[in-house]
Design a protein around this ligand. Structure first.
Ligand code: AMP
Length: 411
């Protein structure tokens, strides 16, 4: 087992890490920190939960502290791009935690909130800027930020960035980067398009790869419950009323699905909230904070909204819908069993979803244990007599209650 002291980090940072209770570096930190400290480009295949944020933030903070130069108006020395607002906020929180007492200026820019505050913070220049692609491109076009003095560029969660249709924005940003810089590129997967994108950004990079999640799958107690989809709300409520469910993340396939599940739980008196991309930024942050603090027990989320979110004490992940992409299953269940705690992953499977379940089992290389003892196993479909089909309350108060049309996902 190694020690942070062996990684050449400055005494100030070592002190902060001890104070924060970080005892030993994670695998990605052991591999990445020495490389980044030498200012070399890096290609990291790793996902959230592995300690990735500290792996790039710590050496970046150290390097920019060592060359303490004057900040210029509207310029950033380091740019970290993340696909979602939640991840941008989370990365900034970590950076501010690690850089405590070092007199570094850092800020985040993302959509969903008014730009004025963000423009003001950038006006005097920042050491570290965390940004989502849309807002960053908008600010670049309006001249609120310039990248001509950038020293380090980090592209985080590159695969998700492309999945979410941000390739044009990412390319626009890359076009404005200065030629001489350090670039760090992180992605959970490395299909051909991602690999090509990495080639356009990196120069002679060192490649590192760590296991998909800090949570070994074996540490998660996984179970699948077969039932008709109309019985899913009832089984969910039954499970949530059991005592050992303290902090539960429920995943649905669609935003409308998330709103429906929220409504069922709320009606059943279970404290919950939902996050998805149709909710305002303020509402998403509030839901997440309440979930983190334990004010609410259940957070219902879609995959995109929840991507990259790190909540330490998730006792259960419930797949209300079986994910269509097998890899998504691994991302979802990796939210539980963090930091040595026990974790449970329960998957509800309607007969039409069995094909997706089979694909997940193929990826895992094993079958997921089946529970045939639950109340709705083999039960007939529930007939909804008293619920008109679309009469659902959107939890996003202040917005229309009309169910939204799904936008076509950009490719
Ligand atoms: P990340 O993959 O960056 O989202 O980190 C996942 C979680 O692990 C975060 O809550 C970090 O605060 C925590 N963490 C990162 N590195 C360490 C470490 N070396 N020791 C303990 N916790 C860590």
């Amino acid at each position: 087992m190694s020690d942070f002291k062996d990684l050449n980090l400055s005494p100030e940072l070592l002190k902060t890490l001890t104070k924060k209770g970080y005892k030993t570096p994670t695998e990605i930190q052991n591999l990445a920190i020495p490389i980044i400290l030498t200012k070399r480009d890096l290609l990291g295949i790793a996902q959230t939960g592995t300690g990735k944020t500290a792996a790039f933030s710590l050496p970046i903070i150290d390097n920019i502290k060592r060359s303490d130069i004057k900040l210029f108006s509207k310029r950033a020395r380091v740019l970290i791009m993340t696909p979602t607002r939640e991840l941008a906020i989370q990365v900034l929180d970590h950076i501010q935690l690690y850089a405590e007492g070092l007199n570094l200026k850092s800020t985040a820019i993302y959509g969903g909130v008014g730009p004025l505050n963000q423009v003001r913070k950038l006006s005097t220049g920042v050491d570290i800027l965390v940004a989502t692609p849309g807002r960053l491109v908008d600010f670049l076009e309006r001249g609120h930020v310039r990248l001509d003095q950038l020293e380090v560029f980090v592209l985080d969660e590159a695969d998700r960035m492309l999945d979410m249709g941000f390739i044009t924005d990412v390319t626009k940003v890359i076009d404005q980067l200065p030629e001489v810089r350090q670039s760090l590129f992180f992605s959970a997967t490395m299909p051909e398009d991602i690999s090509k994108l990495a080639d356009t950004i990196l120069t002679d990079p060192k490649r590192i790869e760590v296991a998909p999640s800090a949570t070994p799958i074996e540490k998660i107690d996984q179970v699948v419950k077969h039932l008709h989809r109309t019985n899913k709300p009832l089984l969910l409520i039954e499970i949530l009323k059991e005592e050992n469910t303290q902090s539960v993340l429920v995943f649905t396939k669609t935003k409308l699905g998330a709103d429906r599940v929220y409504k069922h739980l709320d009606d059943a008196g279970i404290s919950c909230a939902s996050i998805h991309s149709d909710r305002t930024q303020g509402a998403r942050e509030k839901s997440l904070t309440n979930f983190r603090k334990g004010v609410i027990k259940v957070l219902v989320a879609t995959d995109i909204a929840a991507r990259g979110i790190d909540v330490e004490r998730v006792s259960h992940v419930i797949n209300y819908d079986v994910p269509i992409e097998a890899e998504t299953y691994v991302h979802r269940i990796g939210r539980t069993a963090r930091a040595g705690r026990a974790g449970y992953a329960i998957t509800f499977c309607d007969p039409v979803e069995i094909k997706y379940l089979k694909a997940i089992e193929k990826l895992l290389g094993c079958e997921i244990k089946e529970d045939q003892t639950h109340t709705y196993f083999g039960a007939p479909p529930r007939v909804y007599q008293d619920e008109p089909k679309q009469k659902l309350t959107n939890p996003n108060k202040g917005k229309s209650n009309q169910p939204k049309r799904r936008k076509k996902k950009k490719k």
